[in-house]
Ligand binder design. Sequence first.
Ligand SMILES: [Zn+2]
Length: 490
Amino acid sequence: MRIAIGQIMHETNTMFGPPTPVEEFQRQGWDTGTEIFDEDTGVRSYLGGMIDAGERHNVEIVPTFSANAHPSGTIERAAFDTMLNNLLDGIRNAGEIDAVCVSLHGAGSAEGIDDIEGTILQAIREQIGPDKPLIATLDLHCHSTDLMIENATALLTVHEYPHVDSYERGYEAIELAVRTITGTVNPVMHLTRLPMAIAPITSFHGPARKVNERCWEWEEKGLLDVTFVHGYPHTDVPIISASVIAVADGDPEFAKQASEDVANMIWEMREEFRTELPQPAAAITDALTHEGQPVVIAEVSDNPGGGSPGSGTHLLRAMIEANLENAAFGFVYDPETAEQAHDAGVGATIEVSIGGKIDPDHLGEALKAKAYVKAVTDGRYITTSPMGQGGQRDLGKMARLVVGGVDVLVGSESHQTIDTGPFLLHGISVERYKVVGLKSQNHFRAGYEPIAAKIIRTDPPGWTTSNLKQLNYQRISRPIWPLDEGVERG
Ligand SMILES: [Zn+2]
């Protein structure tokens, strides 16, 4: 048995930032053929799961093409066309295959194409014909569309946010493909969409956890998969929604029953998904009332993991103005200051202007200060978080600067902080600090919940704010909760 695998992965924030060219994918993640094995074998990623499941089930995995880039602006049309053609060529050149499994994000948009994943699945389906299994893994921050459902045999979305189960979804994709090829199962799907835009919320606790438990009850009753799709609100396309995807074995009514039931539950409890978070100064005051350390404050509104640049200064400025001692911040995306620190060298004291170089009106002015250069590094480390464990991270030139009582990291890639790696790389053990600031919505929880005395999320102005009413939507379908009043399910 031979199964082709591939990947096109991008979470597109169409509201902010310049278009994303092909060079960004080529720079960040661009693998052809067996390069995919080099990149993902042994990594807790979607493709890592597919590779291991192939090994386990004696399936010959045929790697085709993989491209991924951090969340950013609309994908240039030529870049999308190139990636899709590479994937289709890879599948065509894979020889005789029994199925295709692809790792997609689900919230990718290119110039002129809101739903790149539907477009990708349709193109693969046309090429391989109607009968071969075509299974896609997805991020739960995806758009789910009829085009995706019509062209895929099954869609398997992560259940957890932080996405600690991407490896498992990849693994299951191969297993489901094998069972479909051998006629053991016959996957059928049902999609229920809700007129809801949910600000990012973890599945580890709270309302999303309750919904997951209902999904798992349905799986115990015999569904192959039932997933609460949170959707992705930090973009402006008509297909934004929360939804539920259920996959049943040969019984569309059963899939529909499960999907509708979970969707009803989400709709009924929607007020629990309303998110109101403190501003940085209040978050810091709160942090200092908690016993123990570290208290982790996450600046969710400038999250590079959702398409905000990570160059904002609101939380950092509040930490410095609060005269915190024994505090660390990791990190501000600021290649110029990182370069300046590298040029000056360890031991130098320099005049810096941290952050504030992209959209300062919104993300905060540059922080001008005298800084001591404590350490400089190449920003490379291996991920230790359960999410993506074993994968190489490359944050570019980085520096540890001391500004007042705060150790401030600056980096040269726009990337969220998902584990303690960036701190450790610069000699900082976060357990020794009272207050630790970082930029991430919820992914950091996988690495920090086990060690944090308390986690606080703060939401100053930023491109990934949880206060969705601050975003200037033009194209999304209205009415939609919570932006409009009196929304009916329809
Ligand atoms: Zn996600």
